[in-house]
Write a protein that binds this ligand. Sequence first.
Ligand SMILES: O=C(O)CCC(=O)C(=O)O
Ligand SMILES: [Fe+2]
Length: 253
Amino acid sequence: MARALDLSAAFFALPDEEKAKVRPAEGASASPLPVGYARQPAHSADKNEYLLLFNPKLGLNHYPAQPAGFSVSQRQTELHFSPLDALEECYAKLTELGLLIQDILSECMGLPPGFLAQYNTDRGFDFLTALRYFPATTDENNGINAHEDGNCITFVLQDGVGGLEVLGQDGRWVPAEPVEGSIVVNVGDVLQVLSNKNVGATHRVVRRPGAHRHSIAFFLNLHGNKWVEPLPEFAGDAGDPPRYRGFRYNEYM
Ligand SMILES: O=C(O)CCC(=O)C(=O)O
Ligand SMILES: [Fe+2]
């Protein structure tokens, strides 16, 4: 995790014109979302830049050229790892973890064993973003507005700067303070709907002054035309009226 965040920090420290090269030419990518580097437009309330990757094995990604100051930090040289190896390793480990947490959540939600694993078998729309947030200014400090992720489960790895906050049931924002070696798990819209709003995680990022913040978010997603609606365990049979209408995931995204 520390290696992946170091790598991401080394990338974002590159000059803007180097980072801007890390994008496929217009129309040249078959990926379902734009891969590579992007910066939130100046008019956006969100103040960050990011690098988006799909599963490296799908061959859709656009990587920083080497060498560009990207592959050769002292720490990386000492550890003898190449950036691509580190990214692939990070991606593979987060996928593995996602499947494990999905099984644990199935159990915690009182669903039949392996229910979510059987429901969510297609790994073709998972993706990872490495993010860098600019330091807060005296005028404003929004990093990402309050939102819920549109996927199943998100993992957030963060450096020591802090700023991620989760909305508590009492309506107060609770800081998810960085704890070394820990990963924050957010549940996304799919689980929120399946559980008829028994689980959910509204969150935002507030920028701190004086430092860039780096994080990596991995989105374990759903793919294709899966039907999403509150499960009978949480609605109907369980007595609660369904809080959502059913929908096809690919029409929602
Ligand atoms: O950077 C973070 O801590 C969270 C990022 C996030 O919420 C998102 O990308 O959806
Ligand atoms: Fe999010």
